[in-house]
Design a protein around this ligand. Structure first.
Ligand code: WT7
Length: 705
C-alpha cells in the first residue's frame, strides 16, 4: 500500500507515492472523493489516477495548450471569437445558419424549399424539396478543377501503393454503378451489403450505391458469418459485395468463405459480387456469384446519377445498443453529406495540397464519414490503408506519414496506446514534420497516451482534436477546432457550431453546473442526425428520445455521461447504459450475453466492462453453468461461441464461472456490483436486499482473492 500525502481531485491531482504503488481503486476513489460513480463510468478517471501513480509526479488536468499561431493564421476558424460568432449565428437563427451552409457547400440539382421540418419530431426532415446526388457531391463537381488530383491514396498491407485521381475515381465508380444496375439488377432503394477489406473497391462500392440510389449497409470484415447473416436479413439485402479476402501482416486472410456461410440456408440475397484482392482459391456458386474483375471493364464509364431527394436514405450501419439485437442506424442524403463536409473542413482544416489519413475501417462510421464521404465531398486526398499499424513494426504509420507527406492523421486511442507501448521512439526515426493536425476518436483518451501523441507524434506543434461523436450523429458533435480552441488534454472541449449539445441532469432536464455529472444530450435536431432504426420506429424513439426531457420536450440522448469543468469544457466520462467500449468499438453487453447463452451448458450470464490498459475497456463475463464441467474447456467453448456469433472483436478477456449471480428479489441482476468486483473494488454498498447476499462474497473471492 502506498501512503498518499495529498490528493486533490477535480482541479489538480497530486499523488505522492511512497513505496509500493499497488493501491486499490476503491481507496483512491474514496480519497479522491469522486462523486456519483453511477454516472461517472470513470474510464478517464482511472487512467488519470493510474498515470499519476505510475509517474509519481504532478499533473494538472487544467493544463492548456494554445493553438499553433502559424496554423491559426490560415485556419478556417481562427479564434474562439470566430467560433463563438458562428455558434451565436446558429443560436439566433438556427434554420438560417443551416440553410446558409447547405447552399454554400452543396451543389443542388433542385434547391430545397424548407430547411428543417420537425413537426413530426423525432422524425425530422432537412432540406426538404431539395434534390441532389451524394456521389456527384463527392466526385462530379470536382472534375473541372481537380480531375488529376489524387482522390484516394491507397497503401496495401505489403507496401504496394496506388493513386486514384478524381477522374479515375469517377470512371471506376460509374462503371461500378453500371455493373450494379445492369448486371445485378440493383434499383433505387434496394439494400446492398458490403463486406469488404480496406481496398479502393470498397469506396467505389459505397459511391456506386449512392450513385444509383441503393442503400448500402457495410458490415465490418471482422464480424462473423452469423453476425453478417443477421445484418443481411434485417436489412433484407438483395446483393452482397465482397472480396476473396485481403492481406494482413503479409499473409492472406479470407472474407468470401464467411459470406458463403452467412448465405447458407434461406436468404434474401440474389447475387454476390466478388472482387479479387489476394487471388486465393474460393468456392464458387454459379448463378449467384459474379466476378467483378471479369465484367467491370465491359461497363460504360458513364452512369447518370440518380436524382435523389434530400431525405432519401443513403446508408444503414448496424451498431450495438443495450438490447441483444444490433440497430440499423439510418442516414439520409443531404444532411449527412453536408455535415460530413463541414466537419472535415472545420475540424481537420484540410487544405488543397494536404494529404489526410484516417486509420479507421470503412466498416465503422468513422470510415464512412471520414475516409470516404467527408474527404471526397470537400475534394481532399484521402489515404486508405489495408494493413495494421504495427506491421512490420510500430513505425509503420510514421513511415507512411513520411512517404506520403501526410498532414492530418486521425486514429483511435487504443491504436495510440499500442503504438506508444510498442514503439515509443519510432516517430523520431521518420520525417513526420508535415503533420499539422492529429485526431482521436472512439473513446476517452487517457492522459499518458495524449501526452505521447502530442509530444512525440505532434512534435508539440500539432493540435490534437479529440472528436466526440457516434454512429447516430453522422459526424463530429463536440470537438476542438485546431486553429481556435485552447486544448485541455483528453477533453472534447466544445460543441461544434450548429450543434446544440448540452449536458443535462436527467431528472430535471436542466443544464448541470461545473463539476457535476450529467447526460450528454443534443437539444435540437441537426442535419446529420440518425433518421431511424431500420424497420423499428418504436426502437428509434425509445432508444434516443426516451430518457431526457428539456422544458417538457424529449431531447436526443447519446447514452454518454459527461461533465463541464469550470471553464465550460466538456469531458466525456463514458457510457451510462449497458454498452461497453472495446478498442473504440461499441459492444452491447446484452449482445455478448446472447452469444454466450447459445452455449448449451450456460444457465445464466452477465457481461460487464472492465478497464483495460490497451483496449480502454475489456469484456468481463460472469457465467453460471448448468452442469459442473472442467473450467478451462468451458471457457474455451464460451469464447468459441462468441467468435462464431459475433467475431473475435467480442472475445472475453475474463470469464468467471460463478456459483450464481447477485440478484434483487425481483430477479434483476445487479450489474453495478459485478462491475465493481470486475474492477477490483471492495463492495461497500448495501447488499441486504439481494436474494442471496452470500453470492457477492463468493464471487468477490473468486475474482479478487
Ligand atoms: C461511442 C460511439 C464515433 C466514431 C467511433 C465510435 C464513444 C466516441 C469519443 C471521444 C469519448 C467517445 C462514446 C460514443 N466515443 N468518441 N472523443 N471521447 N468517448 O462510434 O461505435 O458509434 O461509438 O464512442 O461512448 O457514444 P460508435
Amino acid at each position: 500500500m502506498i501512503d498518499i500525502s495529498e490528493i486533490y481531485f477535480d482541479k489538480t491531482i497530486v499523488l505522492i507515492p511512497q513505496g509500493n504503488i499497488d493501491l486499490r481503486f476503491d481507496t483512491i476513489l474514496k480519497r479522491c472523493n469522486i462523486p456519483d460513480m453511477g454516472l461517472c463510468n470513470a474510464v478517464n478517471d482511472i487512467f488519470e489516477i493510474n498515470y499519476i501513480i505510475k509517474e509519481g509526479k504532478k499533473m494538472s488536468v487544467k493544463e492548456i495548450f494554445q493553438p499553433n499561431v502559424e496554423f491559426s493564421k490560415s485556419a478556417r476558424i481562427k479564434s474562439m471569437a470566430e467560433y463563438q460568432a458562428l455558434q451565436d449565428e446558429a443560436i439566433n437563427d438556427y434554420e438560417g445558419f443551416w440553410s446558409r451552409f447547405a447552399k454554400e457547400k452543396l451543389d443542388w440539382i433542385e434547391p430545397f424549399t424548407n430547411t428543417m421540418d420537425e413537426s413530426n419530431f423525432p422524425f425530422v426532415k432537412w432540406f426538404d424539396g431539395g434534390k441532389l446526388n451524394v456521389s456527384s457531391q463527392c466526385i462530379d463537381r470536382h472534375l473541372d478543377s481537380k480531375a488529376n488530383k489524387t482522390a484516394i491514396l491507397f497503401e496495401g498491407d505489403r507496401g504496394d501503393t496506388l493513386k486514384i485521381t478524381y477522374a479515375e475515381l469517377s470512371k471506376n465508380v460509374n462503371k461500378f454503378a453500371n455493373l450494379l444496375k445492369n448486371e445485378l439488377n440493383v434499383k433505387k432503394g434496394d439494400r446492398v451489403v458490403i463486406y469488404m477489406p480496406m481496398i479502393p473497391e470498397a469506396a467505389y462500392a459505397m459511391l456506386a450505391c449512392a450513385r444509383i440510389g441503393a442503400i448500402h449497409s457495410i458490415v465490418f470484415g471482422g464480424f462473423s458469418a452469423e453476425a453478417l447473416k443477421d445484418r443481411i436479413q434485417d436489412a433484407e439485402a438483395k446483393v452482397v459485395i465482397t472480396a476473396d479476402g485481403a492481406y494482413r501482416k503479409d499473409k492472406p486472410y479470407m472474407l468470401k468463405p464467411v459470406v458463403d456461410t452467412a448465405l447458407s440456408g434461406k436468404t434474401p440475397v440474389e447475387k454476390v459480387l466478388v472482387v479479387k484482392r489476394n487471388n486465393e482459391e474460393i468456392a464458387w456458386l454459379d448463378g449467384r456469384d459474379i466476378s467483378y474483375n471479369d465484367i467491370i471493364d465491359n461497363q460504360s464509364d458513364e452512369c447518370e446519377a440518380e436524382i435523389m431527394d434530400s431525405e432519401d436514405p443513403l446508408f444503414l450501419l448496424y451498431t450495438s445498443g443495450s438490447t441483444g439485437k444490433p440497430k440499423g442506424v439510418q442516414h439520409n442524403s443531404a444532411g449527412y453529406i453536408l455535415w460530413a463536409q463541414m466537419t472535415m473542413e472545420w475540424v481537420f482544416d484540410v487544405k488543397e495540397d494536404d494529404v489526410y489519413w484516417c486509420t479507421a475501417d470503412v466498416g465503422w462510421i468513422t470510415g464512412h464519414t471520414y475516409i470516404v464521404y467527408g474527404p471526397l465531398a470537400m475534394g481532399a486526398t484521402t489515404v486508405m490503408f489495408e494493413g495494421v499499424p504495427t506491421y512490420p513494426d510500430a513505425g509503420r504509420p510514421w513511415k507512411m506519414v513520411q512517404d506520403h507527406k501526410i498532414t492530418q492523421f486521425y486514429t483511435a486511442p487504443t491504436a495510440i496506446r499500442v503504438l506508444h507501448k510498442m514503439g515509443e521512439d519510432e516517430p523520431s526515426k521518420y520525417d513526420i514534420s508535415t503533420l499539422k493536425v492529429l485526431g482521436t476518436v472512439g473513446e476517452p483518451i487517457d492522459p499518458p497516451a495524449w501526452k505521447w501523441y502530442y509530444e512525440s507524434v505532434g512534435q508539440s506543434k500539432c493540435a490534437i482534436v479529440d472528436t466526440y461523436w457516434q454512429t447516430e450523429t453522422g459526424g463530429h458533435i463536440v470537438s476542438p477546432l485546431p486553429g481556435a480552441t485552447p486544448i485541455k488534454p483528453a477533453c472534447a472541449t466544445f460543441p461544434l457550431p450548429g450543434i446544440m449539445a448540452e449536458i443535462l441532469d436527467p431528472k430535471t432536464g436542466k443544464k448541470v453546473g461545473a463539476g457535476e455529472s450529467g447526460y450528454m444530450c443534443i437539444t435540437k435536431p441537426w442535419p446529420a442526425m440518425i433518421r431511424g432504426v431500420w424497420g423499428d420506429e418504436d426502437r428509434f424513439v425509445k432508444s434516443y428520445f426516451g430518457d431526457v426531457k428539456k422544458d417538457g420536450k424529449a431531447v436526443y440522448f447519446t447514452g454518454d455521461g459527461a461533465k463541464y469543468d469550470e471553464d465550460g469544457y466538456i469531458t466525456i466520462t463514458g457510457r451510462t447504459d449497458d454498452v461497453i467500449n472495446v478498442s473504440g468499438h461499441r459492444m452491447g453487453t446484452a449482445e455478448v450475453e446472447a452469444a454466450i447463452k447459445k452455449y448449451n451448458n450456460v444457465a445464466e450470464v452477465a457481461v460487464v466492462g472492465k478497464p483495460h490498459e490497451i483496449k480502454g475497456e475489456g469484456i468481463f463475463a460472469y457465467v453460471v453453468l448448468k452442469e459442473e464441467a472442467e473450467a478451462e474447456s468451458e471457457m474455451k467453448a464460451i469464447n468459441g461461441m462468441i467468435k462464431q456469433e459475433i467475431g473475435s472483436i467480442a472475445l472475453c478477456d475474463d470469464i468467471i464461472l460463478a456459483p450464481g449471480l447477485p440478484k434483487t428479489r425481483s430477479g434483476k441482476i445487479m450489474r453495478r456490483i459485478l462491475r465493481s468486483i470486475a474492477k477490483g473494488e471492495k463492495i461497500t454498498q448495501d447488499i441486504s436486499t439481494l436474494e442471496d447476499p452470500s453470492i457477492v462474497a463468493s464471487i468477490e473471492s473468486m475474482v479478487n482473492g
